[in-house]
Design a protein around this ligand. Structure first.
Ligand SMILES: *Cc1c(COP(=O)(O)O)cnc(C)c1O
Length: 478
C-alpha cells in the first residue's frame, strides 16, 4: 500500500545518533541485552515505543506556553475537562501523571480482594494494578487474537460466550468492571469492533457490571472500525470514538499515545459518586484533583492533542505508515502478526526463531539482534513482558511471543521504515546464528523494564568478523 502524503510539514528536526557495530555490541552487553537499558544516544531509529515519543503539533507547543500553572482550579484543567467531554463524552475526569496513575486509582477504587476482572487480553501495567489491589485478571479475548496468522479484522473482540461463562462461574458480584482495551496493545495493536463492544455492554448491563475502557489508542481503533466494519465507512473517526465511549462507564487514558503528548493521563468517570471517591484518592497518590500529576502546560497540550487525535487525515496517515512498514517486512518474508495493527508492527518471534525455546526468550533475543545490526531499537512483547503468575510463580508463557516495532506519531518518515525493513531482513538471513538468552537479573514486578540477560552461548554474531571470533565464549559476554 502506498501512503498518501502526510497532512503536515516539519519545522524542527533532530539529528540521529550514529554508531558503529562495535559500539552497539558493547552497548547491548552493558544493557544486559535489554533494549530498555540502552542509552538513547546509542539508538539511531528509536521504535521502542509510541508512548510519549510523538511529535507534538505547533498548536500543542503554543499551548505549552500559555498553560496555567495554578495549584488549584487551573484554566488548563478546565480546557482538558472540556476536551474530554466534547470528544469522549465522559462527565468527570481526574488527571494523573500518566496512564498507570489512572489504573492505580481505578483499581484502588473498585477492586476488592478476590475479585475477578475480565478483559480483552492483559496489558502489563493494567493487570499489575489489578493484581496489587487483590484482583485476578481473566482474559476473555477471542481465540483468534492469540493466533498471529489469523487475519480476523477485529482481533480485539471479546469472546462473548467466554465472558458469559466467566460471569456465571464466579458471579457478577465478584466482577467490579470489565477492562476493555481499544486497541489491544499486547495482541498487536488490534481493534475491537463497535458491534462487539455493544454486545459486551449488553452482557454487562444484564449483570450490572461496569465497563471501563482503556482509550490510549481509541482513535486508531475507530479508524479501523471506519475502514473495516460494515455500515461504518461513512462515519468520522470522531463520531466512532464517541460511540465507543458511550458504551462505557469510564476510561483510563495514557495521553502519551493518541494525544501525542510526552506525559500525562487521566481517569474518566460518569458516576458522580465514584468521581468523588476518585478525588479523595488522587490527592494521596498524584496531586490535587485539578492537576493530578500534570503541570498546567501539559494539561493544555493534552487538551489540544485530544481534539487533534480524532482528525481523519491525521489518523489515516498514522495508521497507514504502520501498514507501510508491515508491507515492506512482509515482502521480505518476515513472519508478522496479521493484520498489521494501529501503532506498530509485531514480528512473530516464534516463527522467526523456531529453534530457540520459549524460556530462552526468542523475542528478547531478536530485539537485541536488530539493535546490534542497525541501531534500531524495538521491544520484547512476549514471555519477559508477561511476567510470572503470582499464585504459582511460573512464567505466564503467553501464546504470543513478539517483537514490537512501535512507531511514534509524526516522528519518522517512510525512508526510516525502509531502513527498519532492511535491518530485520538482514537479521532474518542470519537467524540460525542466534541462540537465545538467559535471565540473570529478574525484577519482581514489570520485569521487562529492568531485567538483564546474558547469551546462552555466544550469540548475536552479526558481522563476519565477530562470527569468526565467536568460538566458545565471546568477549562480548563479559
Ligand atoms: C501505555 C499504556 C498504558 C499505561 O500508560 P502509561 O502512560 O505508560 O502509564 C495502559 N494501557 C495501554 C494499552 C497502554 O498502551
Amino acid at each position: 500500500m502506498r501512503c498518501r502524503a502526510e497532512p503536515y510539514r516539519i519545522k524542527m528536526v533532530e539529528p540521529l545518533p550514529r554508531t558503529t557495530e562495535e559500539e552497539r555490541h558493547a552497548c547491548i552487553v552493558t544493557a544486559g541485552y535489554n533494549t530498555f537499558l540502552l542509552p538513547s544516544n546509542a539508538v539511531t531509529i528509536d521504535l521502542l515505543t509510541d508512548s510519549g515519543t510523538n511529535a507534538m503539533s505547533a498548536q500543542q507547543w503554543a499551548g505549552m506556553m500559555v498553560g496555567d500553572e495554578a495549584y488549584a482550579g487551573a484554566v488548563s484543567f478546565t480546557h482538558l475537562e472540556e476536551a474530554v467531554r466534547d470528544v469522549y463524552g465522559y462527565r468527570h475526569i481526574v488527571p494523573t501523571h500518566q496512564g498507570r496513575g489512572a489504573e492505580h486509582i481505578l483499581a484502588k477504587l473498585l477492586i476488592k480482594n478476590g475479585d475477578v476482572i475480565p478483559g480483552n487480553m492483559y496489558f502489563t501495567t493494567t493487570r499489575l494494578h489489578q493484581e496489587l489491589a487483590g484482583g485476578t485478571f481473566c482474559d476473555v479475548i477471542i481465540p483468534a487474537a492469540h493466533v498471529p496468522t489469523s487475519t480476523h479484522p477485529f482481533k480485539g473482540d471479546v469472546d462473548i460466550a467466554a465472558l458469559r461463562a466467566l460471569i456465571a462461574e464466579c458471579g457478577p458480584q465478584r466482577i467490579p468492571y470489565l477492562s476493555i482495551a481499544a486497541t489491544v496493545n499486547m495482541a498487536g495493536g488490534q481493534p475491537i469492533s463497535l458491534r462487539n463492544l455493544r454486545e459486551v455492554r449488553a452482557v454487562a448491563q444484564d449483570h450490572r457490571i461496569r465497563v471501563i475502557l482503556d482509550i490510549a489508542r481509541i482513535a486508531e481503533n475507530a479508524f479501523f472500525i471506519q475502514q473495516r466494519e460494515p455500515g461504518c465507512a461513512g462515519k468520522t473517526v470522531r463520531a466512532i470514538v464517541r460511540e465507543l465511549c458511550d458504551l462505557s462507564d469510564g476510561a483510563a487514558m495514557s495521553a502519551k499515545k493518541d494525544p501525542c503528548c510526552n506525559i500525562g493521563g487521566f481517569l474518566a468517570l460518569n458516576d458522580p459518586l465514584l468521581y468523588e471517591e476518585a478525588c479523595r484518592l488522587v490527592v494521596i497518590y498524584e496531586g490535587l484533583h485539578t492537576y493530578g500529576g500534570m503541570a498546567g502546560r501539559y494539561m493544555e497540550a493534552v487538551a489540544i492533542g485530544i481534539r487533534e487525535s480524532v482528525d481523519d487525515d491525521h489518523i489515516r496517515a498514522r495508521v497507514e505508515q504502520v501498514a507501510y512498514l508491515g508491507d515492506q517486512l512482509r515482502t521480505t518474508g518476515i513472519p508478522l502478526v496479521l493484520p498489521v495493527g494501529g501503532h506498530g508492527v509485531y514480528i512473530d518471534a516464534k516463527r522467526f526463531l523456531p529453534h530457540i525455546p520459549h524460556d530462552a526468550f526468542p523475542a528478547q533475543t531478536l530485539a537485541a539482534a536488530v539493535y546490534v545490526d542497525s541501531g534500531i531499537r524495538t521491544m520484547e512483547r512476549g514471555i519477559v513482558s508477561a511476567g510470572r503468575n503470582p499464585a504459582t510463580g511460573d512464567h505466564y508463557y503467553p501464546k504470543l511471543e513478539l517483537v514490537r516495532i512501535a512507531i511514534p506519531r509524526r516522528v519518522y518518515t517512510n525512508a526510516h521504515m525502509d531502513a527498519v525493513a532492511e535491518s530485520v531482513a538482514r537479521v532474518f538471513a542470519q537467524r540460525e546464528d542466534l541462540h537465545g538468552l538467559q535471565m540473570i537479573v529478574e525484577p519482581k514486578y514489570l520485569r521487562f523494564f529492568q531485567a538483564r540477560f546474558k547469551p546462552l552461548s555466544f550469540t548475536l554474531p552479526l558481522s563476519s568478523e565477530t562470527q569468526t571470533r565467536a568460538t566458545g565464549h565471546s568477549s562480548r559476554t563479559r
